[in-house]
Structures are given as structure tokens and as C-alpha cells.
Design a protein around this ligand. Sequence first.
Ligand code: AKB
Length: 314
Amino acid sequence: MGKKLVIGALGQVGTELIQTMRLRYGVDEVIASDIRLRAEPLDGPFLVLNALNEEALRATVKEMGISEVYLMAAMLSATAEQMPDKAWDLNMKSLFIVLDMAKDGLIEKVFWPSTIAVFGPNSEKRNSPQHGTLEPTTVYGISKLAGEQWCAYYHRRYGVDVRSLRYPGLIGYKSMPGGGTTDYAVEIFHKAIEEAKYTCFLSEQRTLPMMYMDDAIKATIDIMEAPAEQIKLRTSYNISSLSFSPEELAAEISKVVAGFQIDYAPDFRDSIAASWPESIDDSSAKTDWAWKSDFNLQKLVRTMIDGVCSLKNA
Ligand code: AKB
């Protein structure tokens, strides 16, 4: 068994994934990499790597004895709409580089995240099924849907062991999201604690599928550790935890942060969110590899408020 490489390790998911993987597999077994230089020390090996630099990636994989790659680098929905060409380039090329390394036998296993953005306005709004209508309207969604199909193709044609999850909006306090439509659900906690008020860029009743970060990290590790025969879908699995609107989240925060006020100034991100489902059906993930969420809204809000307060007091 070789080492594990996380590409995009300083992003919202990468930051927490690295911490959990290092506890589980050992600090030196998990190599963190990002295009940016880390601002603060990150315990354990770290490399500056561009996900589009195929030569550097191949050299790293060979030199460090990497057997698994977690490709977390991507441009998310809101930023991608500002620069569609760059988004397509980053999201697709980085995937091909990693899939080709697996095809050529340089690595054994790949994790690549997909998203609820693969759904579109014609998808079922509630409990959107695993195999329902997938007609995304954002470049991010289009790139992820194409990527899912390429993953399945590389598995079918070349036997590549690639595994993927359709992440909902992810919420955690240890790292900030960047460029997503669901980012409001993290920002709101920081503003609630700093100023007891928040102006939301989504409209008040815009319900979306959401998930606490610990659940997303658990799902990522679980799907990667599951025996290959349990992974029946080589596109990407729906995983689900909670669904709420900004109004519902604010009401729950108000129970803990006295006097918390929210107002609404919906922008282009509200139209992106309107094209996504309110909830998704994750029965395939539950059946195939025993996925289960551990968080409800109350627990998420309590954990976020305690976590953000501990950061401010540190
Ligand atoms: C985004 O908002 O773009 C992401 C996602 C749902 O994939 N958080």
C-alpha cells in the first residue's frame, strides 16, 4: 500500500480531509498539495503542485510512492460562471491527468468529488433520484456531469478504480469555502458571531441539500475504503444529510445567538441555487456501502457556533 496524495489540500474540503486522514493513516502517509503555498504550518508533508501540471504530478506520484489520489482542486459554481473557459479547463484537465495516471498503472485508486450541481431545473425538485434527469445549467455542473461520465468510462474501458460522491453544500468551521453558491451557510455563522447580523445572497426560502463537513469526510473515507465490489456506481453517488433554507437556518441560529438578524439581497447565485434540487435521494449509497449521516440541523448549528467561537477566542 502506497501513500495518499490530496490535491487541493488547502481548500474547504481538503483542509479537513487531510487532518482526518493523517489521524487515521499516519502523518507521513498522507501528502498534502496545493497550488498556493500554505500560510500556516500544516503538520506533515506539503508540496506546492498545480493540478494542471501533468509532468510534475507524474514525477511526484513516482518519487513519493503514491497509490491513491484525492483530486479536490476545482472551480466551484459561482466563480465558474465568471470564467467558464478557465473553469472547464481546470475541472476537466485535472481529472484527465489523474485518470490517465491510473490508466497507466501509476496509481491504484482515485477519489474525485462531484456535486448536486449536476442536477438542473428539469430534475425532480425533492428527493432527486440517483438516475433522474441531469441537465445542469452552470458550467460547473456541466463539467462535473461530464467528469462523472468520464470516470465511468475509464472504469469500464480501462478498469480504473475511481470513486465519487455528489457533495451537497458543505458546512464546517475549520476552513472557509470559496466561490460556491452554498457558501452563505458558512459565512452566516461567522457574521452571526461577529456582528449578530447577516445579509444573505440567496432568497429566504431557497432550500438546498446541505451537509456538515464531518459527514462529508466520513463519506469520502468510507467510499474509498469500501471493497471494490460494493462500488456499483462508477459515475458518482448521491449522498444526503439535511435540507434547509436560509430562513430556517437563521431561525435555528437565533435560538443560540441572541438578537441575530438576517436580511436578503439575492444575486446571481440565487438563480444558480434555484436550478438545483431541494433534496436528493441517497438510497444507492445507503445500500451499496452503508452510507449514513450523523448530523441534524440542531447539532450542526451547535457545532458550528462552538467551533467558530473557539476560533475567535484562540
Ligand atoms: C457550490 O456551491 O458550488 C458547491 C457545490 C454545491 O458543489 N458548494
